[in-house]
Design a protein around this ligand. Structure first.
Ligand SMILES: *[C@@H]1O[C@H](CO)[C@@H](O)[C@H](O)[C@H]1NC(C)=O
Ligand SMILES: CC(=O)N[C@H]1CO[C@H](CO)[C@@H](O)[C@@H]1O
Length: 302
């Protein structure tokens, strides 16, 4: 076993030991919960979040008053070590635009416990007539925030994280409408989350993952502009952005909630970025940091 492997193993052992010994005490910054804690906090798994794209997710209220979001995880292997490793990786992510992991639970079933994001998903804000419609500035800030999160995941994380699903249902909004990307490193599968291994990505796979991230960012921008979900008819949105250059055809697709409150120049800039992102899907000719700066420049948000 090489030195690094040894260190990782010792850390895993320590983590497992702490978890076992001092449950539910904190492991540095992460809290380890028992199955019983989780069951109680979710009212016997009855407080299901009603958004199906979130898989099995529950709203939890713990005894100390802490409100959290609990997600059930199907690990990609039966190995506990792999789960701990993922928990460590996810626990190390700290970014203003990424939902933070605050704890986990192992044992009979595995759960990840995330900070609760006050205002729900972007999707709810775009579709639910009872929610406050998002103004133009907020939408621009959401796009820029998500791009910043992607840059962080791809270039400032070790190892880089490529597994993200970016859409209006994975973007959460806090009380100030700051965008927070959720489900990083997780993919939904039949109602439960699967953690994806990411260390074993070849160069080709990195290129694909990077192209896919950029493509999804493009779709998200289209969702922000039109208020329409990309999950059902992405083809239409993509066709529209490829073909629409005229003021009239652009105007037809703008989210009616925006009225005339948007800035035409910024809108054009935003659509240019979306087009670039969508065209980058198979042959990424730009990296995420370049797209991020380009977006910031186009919409004037530092
Ligand atoms: C929202 O903004 C206010 C005022 O800037 C700040 O005090 C508060 O902490 C912010 N809330 C969150 C969740 O960041
Ligand atoms: C559902 C929800 O939490 N809505 C809140 C979103 O944020 C605004 C502004 O802070 C609140 O007024 C809403 O109650």
């Amino acid at each position: 076993m090489d030195g690094l492997g040894l260190i990782i193993n010792v850390r895993l052992l320590l983590l497992a030991w702490f978890c076992h010994r001092s449950r539910p005490g904190p492991i540095s910054f992460l809290k380890c919960f028992s199955y019983k804690d989780i069951k109680k906090a979710t009212d016997g798994f009855r407080r299901i979040m009603d958004n199906p794209s979130h898989g099995s997710a529950y709203k939890a209220k713990f005894q100390d008053g802490r409100i959290a979001l609990v997600k059930e995880v199907k690990a990609f292997s039966e190995q506990k070590d792999a789960f701990y490793r993922e928990v460590q990786l996810l626990g190390r992510l700290h970014h203003r635009h990424i939902v933070a992991l605050s704890g986990f639970s192992t044992g009979r079933k595995r759960f990840l416990v995330f900070e609760n994001i006050e205002n729900g998903s972007l999707k709810e804000h775009l579709n639910d007539p009872l929610k406050t419609p998002l103004n133009w500035r907020t939408r621009l800030q959401i796009a820029v925030g998500v791009a910043a999160a992607l840059e962080y995941l791809h270039f400032f994380c070790e190892p880089p994280m490529y597994h993200v699903s970016i859409s209006s249902s994975t973007i959460m909004l806090d009380e100030n409408f700051t965008a927070k990307l959720s489900d990083v490193g997780l993919l939904s599968s039949g109602g439960t989350h699967v953690i994806l291994p990411h260390a074993s990505c070849s160069n080709e796979c990195v290129g694909l993952a990077c192209g896919n991230m950029i493509f999804q960012l493009g779709l998200l921008i289209l969702e922000l502009v039109t208020g329409q979900s990309s999950e059902k008819g992405d083809v239409d949105l993509i066709e529209w952005v490829q073909e629409s250059r005229s003021q009239k055809s652009i105007h037809k697709m703008i989210d009616p909630d925006l009225g005339n409150s948007y800035d035409s120049k910024e809108l054009k800039g935003l659509l240019a970025v979306a087009r670039l992102c969508i065209n980058s899907a198979d042959k990424p000719s730009f990296l995420i940091p370049q797209i991020f700066r380009y977006l910031q420049k186009k919409v004037g948000i530092p």
